[in-house]
Design a protein around this ligand. Structure first.
Ligand SMILES: [Mn+2]
Length: 337
C-alpha cells in the first residue's frame, strides 16, 4: 500500500503515524522523503487496513492499494486449485466438468423426480431446483419453500444426485442441513450477515455474482464466507446488467479466466440466467466450457411453456441430453489442447 502525505507535515507527526501503523496493523513502513512530498510504502498484510480510515486523515494526500484486499480467496497465497468434494465423493474443480441441471423452481414431487431422473441419465452430476425463490415481484410465484426442500431431498434419495438450492435468509439455515451445496443468489451476494452465517458451516457454498457487482466485489463476498472458516466456495458467473437489452443479462465470459487467475476457487457459469432465452443456452454453455469453466448450472424443465418461473430460458430434457453430450465431448477435447 502506498500513502502519499501532504507537503509540509512535521517530521514528528509523520513519525507518530508510522509508529501507529506498525503497532496497530503489524506492517513494515518504508519512508521516502522527497523535496515536495513524503511517501510511505506499507509492506505486509494490508488487507486489515481500512482505506477510508487513512483517507480521513487530514495530512494524507492519497492512498493506493497495490495488493488485492482479499486474502483467503487469492491465488497468490494458495497457488493450487481448490477442489471441493461432495458427500458422495464427486469433485468440483478437479479438472472435470460439473453439470448442475434442473428446474428453476420445484413445482411438485412428480416434476422434480421426473427431471432429476432425466438429467441424471444425460450425465448431470447435481440436481438444481429452487424452493425459496427471490422474485422481482411479490405477486409472482414465491416457491414451495420448506416443502420444496423436502421434495428436493426426495429426488436426491431416489436418484442419488446431490442437490444445490438457494438460501434467501439465514433464518432458514437449519432447513439446509441435508442440502449438498447451498446457493447464494445474485441479489444476496452482498448480504454480508448471511455470508457470515454461511461461513460458520462446513458445507459447499455456490456464490453467484451480483448482477451489478464487480469481480473484486464478488471475491470480497467469497472472502466473507472464507474468513468465517468455510473455504468451500464455488464462484458462479451468471451475467451482469449492462446497457444491452437483447439478452436478460450480459454473460461476462472473460470473468471465467479472470476469476481463475485471481482466485484458486472453482468457477462455474449459469448460461440460463445470463441469456434469458432457451435457444441461447447451448451457445453460452459451449463458450463457457471452451474457456475453461469448472462447471455449468443449467435450467431444465419438462414443460417449459407451463413452468411457474423462468420457462423462457429453460431447455427440455431432450435438449439437455444433446447439450450435455456435446459439452462432455468438448470438455474432453479442450483438455487435450
Ligand atoms: Mn431461475
Amino acid at each position: 500500500m502506498i500513502i502519499v502525505l501532504k507537503p509540509g507535515e512535521k517530521q514528528e507527526k509523520i513519525q507518530n503515524f508510522v509508529e501507529k501503523l506498525t503497532d496497530k496493523f503489524g506492517v513494515t513502513v518504508n519512508t521516502w522523503v522527497g523535496n515536495h512530498s513524503t511517501v510511505l510504502g506499507l509492506i505486509g498484510d494490508t488487507t486489515v487496513i481500512d482505506i477510508e480510515y487513512l483517507q480521513a486523515q487530514d495530512f494524507i494526500e492519497s492512498v493506493k492499494r497495490v495488493q488485492e484486499p482479499y486474502k483467503k480467496a487469492n491465488r497468490k497465497f494458495h497457488p493450487d486449485n481448490t477442489v471441493i468434494t461432495l458427500d458422495n465423493g464427486f469433485k468440483i474443480g478437479d479438472g472435470s466438468l460439473a453439470i448442475m441441471a434442473g428446474p428453476c423452481s420445484v413445482e411438485s414431487e412428480e416434476q422434480i423426480i421426473e427431471i432429476a431422473e432425466k438429467v441424471k441419465a444425460s450425465g448431470a452430476q447435481l440436481l438444481r431446483g429452487g424452493a425459496f425463490k427471490p422474485r422481482t415481484s411479490p405477486y409472482a410465484f414465491q416457491g414451495m419453500r420448506a416443502e420444496g426442500l423436502e421434495l428436493l431431498l426426495k429426488a436426491k434419495e431416489k436418484t442419488g444426485l446431490p442437490i444445490v438450492t438457494e438460501i434467501m435468509s439465514s433464518d432458514y439455515i437449519d432447513l439446509y442441513k441435508d442440502v449438498d451445496v447451498i446457493q447464494v443468489g445474485t441479489r444476496n451476494m452482498q448480504n454480508f450477515e448471511m455470508l457470515k452465517k454461511l461461513g460458520e458451516l462446513d458445507k459447499p457454498i455456490l456464490l453467484k455474482r451480483g448482477f451489478a457487482n464487480t469481480i473484486e466485489e464478488m471475491l470480497m463476498s467469497a472472502e466473507y464466507i472464507m474468513a468465517g472458516g468455510n473455504e468451500k466456495v464455488i464462484l458462479c458467473e451468471r451475467g451482469i446488467r449492462t446497457y444491452e437489452t437483447a439478452t436478460r443479462n450480459t454473460l461476462d465470459i472473460s470473468a471465467v479466466p479472470v476469476l481463475k487467475k485471481l482466485s484458486h476457487l472453482p468457477v462455474i457459469v449459469d448460461p440460463s440466467h445470463a441469456s434469458g432465452m432457451s435457444w441461447l443456452v447451448e451457445h453460452l454453455s459451449v463458450a463457457s466450457t471452451a474457456i475453461g469453466a469448472d462447471g455449468l448450472m443449467i435450467e431444465v424443465h419438462n414443460d417449459p411453456a407451463h413452468a411457474l418461473s423462468d420457462g423462457a430460458q429453460s431447455i427440455t430434457p431432450n435438449q439437455f441430453d444433446e447439450l450435455a453430450n456435446k459439452l462432455f465431448k468438448l470438455h474432453g477435447a479442450v483438455k487435450t489442447l
